[in-house]
Design a protein around this ligand. Sequence first.
Ligand SMILES: Nc1ncnc2c1ncn2[C@@H]1O[C@H](COP(=O)(O)OP(=O)(O)O)[C@@H](O)[C@H]1O
Ligand SMILES: [Mg+2]
Length: 518
Amino acid sequence: MFKSDGSLAVRSATSVSTDPPSLYSGQSLGRYELLAPVAKGGMGQVWVARLRGARGFQKLVAIKTLLAVGEDSERLERMLFEEARIAGLIQHPNVVQTIELGEEQGTLYLAMEWVDGEPLSYLLTHCEQTNTGVPLLIAVNLVGQLLRGLQAAHDLNDASGESLGVVHRDVSPHNVLVSYSGVAKLVDFGIAKAMNQQVNSTSTGEIKGKFAYMAPEQILGNPVDRRADIFSAGIMLHLMTSGQHPFKNHRSIGVLHSITNNDPAARPSLLKPGYSRTLEAVVMRALEKDREQRWASADEMRLALQKAVPEAFAVGIDAEVEAFMTATCAERAAAKREAVRRVEQQSDTRMAAARSLAKAGATAQSASSLRAVSVDTSVIDEQEPSRPSFVPTLQPPPEPPVKTVNRRRPLVMGAFIGFGLVAALSVFLRLRTVDHGSHSAGSGFVQLAPPSTARVRLEASFPAPAEPATSDSAAPPSAVTEPARPPNVPPKAKAKKVRAKTHSPAPSNDLIAPDYAR
Ligand SMILES: Nc1ncnc2c1ncn2[C@@H]1O[C@H](COP(=O)(O)OP(=O)(O)O)[C@@H](O)[C@H]1O
Ligand SMILES: [Mg+2]
């Protein structure tokens, strides 16, 4: 798979099923509520999600779920576990913080801090397209931040104080997120390993990581240590300060060859007249083919960088990096935030509708106990009992005590309640169609959109909720995962009605931008 920046991920054609798990906007995973997918990576899909706490507390988080199913899922689950294990140990502002590894109904997920920003790969592409380039001080500062994060990872010890010898092994612009406030954070420890482990050549023939940023020893399958990450950081530093990849202008095989042969990297000063010699010395040492000649640690490289370009670390540089981010992606940031806000709003409205429906259901139940409201059992369908229903399953409030009843009053009351129930149901359905999709066979989850359409959509204005549906193709809205449904209100009955009323295709809430695509 080729990428715009020349990076490459090689995987055997048959090894990975790309069927996404049946996740949908509004779905609960543990204490999180999925809002919208933001990126699809090599091993999983990343969602912006909402953590709900007590008394209305809420906070955005990122949730990474796995994409593959079948035989590959076990291997990917192991990788996600390893990622969580390693990343979860790191506490550093320049490393994306891991919150937890969770599992819900067979879906393993990694919860992380939400980085309100962009991958460095996006910034590079943007600057290339606009012919602006990343200003030197900003580039050096960002690499300096990355080196801090790397050092924190490399410094990890086990409980007895022994170094774990962690190597990230996939340091590249896609795996460095830069917040809109200018903080660079290393992410994706998906193939990080302890020292002396081989390049991950799996039984399925997959070699993971991006060759264009890989150290020669890693490409060649030799043992790697932290200096492999230094090499990758060196490539990024070279690329961002000279405007060219040090092993560039090759097809992928050329990049591999250039990295693994004995020729030194192209000197930045040859590519960019006036390039600082002291900075060049830092870059070239990071790019030594023989790792013994490289900087021994991320800190060593960062200190050299600091000496070579002190202005890039001066007081006040943070504000400059932030200003660069604002200049580069203010519009995009605003659109993204607005999109997230809208998804949150939709979800809130849906929840409110679910609650009122549940309340109405409870009242209906109460009334039916007076034999004033009859439940139409003809609409009950044959859905498997295990399959979650769209019917909101909020706990009904306790039944009010029944007093003496006027014989005619229940009928009138019943009519009102019935009307209320239908109205609430239709509001709920109307809103829920935003997350339309079909029940996926085994899981009972509702899909947001077919995999092929699960791309792009970073729009300033979000599509309005769909009109009430009419076709069978769209699935009933998902259950908002909540406590038990009101007794005596058969969920199946509602499911049938919804099928009759929902229609396809409703807008998806995907926030996946083309830049992220692998
Ligand atoms: N914590 C996060 N906050 C915001 N976006 C994130 C976060 N983690 C990942 N992403 C987005 O998802 C993309 C893929 O994430 P990554 O962890 O690299 O997964 P993969 O292993 O699939 O490459 C990133 O490039 C970034 O765009
Ligand atoms: Mg990644």
